[in-house]
Design a protein around this ligand. Sequence first.
Ligand code: XUL
Length: 517
Amino acid sequence: MMFLGLDCSTQSLSAILIDFNLSSIVWETSLVFAKEFPQYHTKNGTLQKDGSLVIHSPPLMWIEALDLLFKQLQLSGIDLAKIIAISGSAQQHGSVYLNESFTSTVRNLNPEKTLKENLIGVFSRPTAPIWMDASTTKECEEIREAVGREEIIKKTGSDLFERFTAPQIRKFFKEKKPLYDKTASIALISSFLASVLSGTIAPIDYGDGSGMNLMDLDKKNWDPELLQATAPYLREKLPPLAPSTKVIGPISPYFSKKYGLKENTLSLVWTGDNPSSLIGLGLVEEKMVGISIGTSFTYFGTIENKKTDPAGQGHLFVSPTGNYMPLNCFLNGALAIQKLRDEYGFSWEDFNCALTDTPPGNQGAVMLPYFQAEIIPKVLNPKVHRFHLNKNEKKRNCRALIEAQMLSMKLHSNWMEIQPKTIYATGGLSNNPHILQIIADIYQCPVIKSSVAKSTASGSALTAAYAFFKNKSWQEIIEGFTKSPNLPILPNPSTSTIYEQMLITYAKYELLAQNSL
Ligand code: XUL
């Protein structure tokens, strides 16, 4: 019995096919957008002008990738009739704007054509604002003003954030009203791709819906007051909400006819990449903690009772298990490291040497790594700050960057009130033991790299299995897939006081920089 999990992240579309009975991964792939689809001229999968806070991506690129992925799956020689159900996840918050032709076009996808040829005419906005977009401060203020900050945090689990969907929709409505009026349906990236796969307008799941500033977390419904404060006629443009364990129906005949999947392969509601990786990492029990170090850096866990961040910097999402998922997201993650490496002409080997050649605590050197606009703490005028550190001290800068990323994460995650016993790490950079060692030392707790590199896609495959079996617990579902054979990276106790002290210094510099802006 096979289950397919997909993940449309900022930089790539990935897939994991699991054989549930054998507890094994049968096939996996990753299509890097910038490499496979240069015709879209993206930088790491995104469209952005230097220095601009506006960051979008082309939805057509995602569906071209979907076609290519299924083509590769078909050519893999695997018996696709064994695939029982498909689910997926996508980068959170980003929104796709569709005109009135979408419903009928997606219902009648012609397998003689490509997905791109089928869907080229369905967009009322050619590009989709994504989670890196920080251009909606004004709209955040307007919605906050209308509904009240405390009320919004209580209802939706988060304060207004530039990248969240409501302020993005409001900005589109204000700036491009005629196009907003032509928009019949607004999807999240997750629900857009689920729609294509199922041939019908797909629900938005509670987890990804929590990242919109539009969903009432308790009622699990769209909140009328927030809808009204965002844009007119918005309720009519949004799909229903549903759990990510819901089966939408069979896949669109496009995929069975074209690629040889079974006609009755089930197609599920998709969720966001973070909720999905919670499952992929096996964090289904209260107070388990994960860290994802990919394009964004996120720190998250599972809790049973609703708890929001009083400082309004973090988020509370509904998790696929029905519990809550507190999460903090940092924008200056992998791309900040890449930027520093590019500046210094450092290979990964050089970078790793820099980490081993410099001592924990970096002899007092501190960086505030705002290479791009930052989410936590909010920085809209990006600038890299250096204290007791010179830009040309290349090795110390490398350590300063990683220490800053992890100290900031620790500093701002206190509100979750979870003392991690073990941190489960995923994301591209979790392959790097030097980075994991710094995390272990700063948190003074063991860090285990996930057994599955693509934990988001694997989380979706496991969610598909959960939905199919109905009577198995989450624990039974994840058991064979999430136990990591990797040895934990243990903290070095001698670094404990160094980092305790450094956290205080870091907080002081962060405050200083905030006040000087
Ligand atoms: C979470 C967030 C990011 C994206 C990246 O709130 O904005 O982690 O989901 O894919």
